[in-house]
Design a binder for this molecule. Structure first.
Ligand SMILES: Cc1cc2nc3c(=O)[nH]c(=O)nc-3n(C[C@H](O)[C@H](O)[C@H](O)COP(=O)(O)O)c2cc1C
Ligand code: SF4
Length: 272
């Protein structure tokens, strides 16, 4: 049941809630000038919260959630352009970690932030598996290596990609999960229309938020390729037949500090 409740004593009738609704389902009553949900359309509401969030008068309660239930956006906490540029440009894929275990409370706090990553149609269908145990990380890396061996057996063309990783694993080096202390895996229903994009977006949020928690991350590409093909991995991570992995990253305390931002190719834009 979708509903908006307007506090008439607070509403200044500026119509901004209606103007920002992505589905255009908020109408302005011609007589009272107060906003109201279009009765025929209201079940289309995706609960994105824009109407509540954009109201400067805290006048709109959305689907039972009052403005006072939502954190206030304060300009004091807004990072400057310089800070944001440094954050985004200085993020590096971390492939060497300190032996230190990541505190579960820290990971929980980080995931509360990552949970704000946008999702297509605001579906919010992602769930998470977090492996935070070195022994379990080795088991998982071993499953990835087992999968690589099977892939090569079926198609020798993949030997170029995977044989070196298998050889180094057998010599005791983990170039699959890089000896990271933890792995964050995101999961979506197989039939989610925008699951893979949502997963990638959420992992990007994770990668960008992690340094503020003194943590580093790296996309777990080999694990990701193996995850949906290996029944061992799906079983180990309790991913049902109805669900699939849509993103994964290693995470831990970085062993090394970085001092310079490496160059990238110049941005290529075709202005139309
Ligand atoms: C992969 C992806 C695809 C999206 N596609 C559209 C789109 O085609 N049109 C649109 O208006 N919003 C689109 N969105 C925005 C979502 O609807 C929006 O993120 C969600 O409603 C939550 O709102 P917020 O981003 O303001 O928090 C998309 C978001 C994602 C992550
Ligand atoms: S929550 Fe989003 S879709 Fe629903 S009425 Fe408000 S602005 Fe529109």
């Amino acid at each position: 049941m979708r509903e908006i409740i307007i506090d008439q004593n607070r509403c200044n009738k500026d119509g901004v809630c209606a103007a920002t609704c992505p589905l255009h389902i908020i109408k302005i009553d011609p007589e009272s000038k107060l906003p109201l949900l279009n009765e025929q359309q209201k079940e289309r509401c995706i609960n994105c919260g824009h109407c509540l969030s954009v109201c400067s008068k805290d006048a709109l309660t959305l689907n039972g959630v009052a403005p006072e239930d939502c954190l206030k956006i304060t300009t004091d906490n807004s990072p400057t352009k310089g800070m944001v540029k440094q954050l985004l440009q200085s993020r590096r894929s971390i492939r060497a970690y300190k032996g230190k275990q990541v505190e579960q409370s820290k990971l929980s706090e980080l995931m509360d932030v990552v949970n704000y990553a946008p999702t297509g149609r605001n579906e919010q269908e992602l769930s998470w598996r977090i492996v935070n145990d070195k022994e379990k990380m080795r088991v998982l890396a071993g499953y990835v290596v087992d999968w690589m061996k099977k892939v090569i057996q079926i198609n020798q063309d993949y030997a170029g990609y995977y044989q070196g990783l298998i050889n180094s694993w057998e010599k005791g080096h983990d170039n699959v999960l890089r000896g990271a202390p933890a792995l964050v895996v995101t999961v979506a229903p197989n039939d989610a229309q925008i699951g893979v994009e949502d997963g990638s977006t959420a992992i990007s949020y994770l990668e960008l938020a992690a340094p503020s928690f003194d943590l580093g991350t790296c996309w777990a590409g080999y694990f990701y390729f193996a995850s949906n093909a290996s029944q061992d991995i799906k079983k180990y991570l309790n991913i049902s037949k109805e669900d699939k992995c849509v993103g994964a990253a290693m995470i831990g305390y970085p062993k090394y500090k970085y001092y310079r931002i490496p160059k990238r190719k110049p941005v290529e834009i075709e202005w139309i």
